[in-house]
Design a protein around this ligand. Sequence first.
Ligand code: RB5
Length: 150
Amino acid sequence: MKIAVASDHGGFALKQELAAFLRAKNLDIIDYGCNSPESCDYAVYGYKAAQAVAQGICDGGILVCGTGAGISLAANKVTGIRCTLCGDPATAHLTKQHNNANMIALGGRIVGGELAKMIVEAWLSAEFEGGRHQRRVGQISQIEAGIFQP
Ligand code: RB5
């Protein structure tokens, strides 16, 4: 399983910590930056990682900015990306089961390292349930494609 990670400066420290944590679990991690705690723009790195997931280079992605909000907004503008801001493991688990979230975002200034690891593990260990949830995720794709007829 190949996982994209990316952050801005506000998420840099947590992104580094999570990348090391996941590599220690033998997951294949591709780091799309940033590469230092110097001020930078979250859209740049969220976009790069989201493109990798949308193009199938990575199976999923983990994004971190100060709050997780800006970088998730940027990722969600890439067609095919369903990125959810997660502050707890239950949301992380359910967002894979119900929303088939292919990326999650965390707030590096909001959650601590231990909680962040639990969030990431909860998302990675969950499976999409399909069924009625597939219909709803399909509706999101239709909205994205501009063909949704509610
Ligand atoms: C950067 O200061 C901060 O705005 C950014 O990391 C993020 O929290 C935006 O949503």
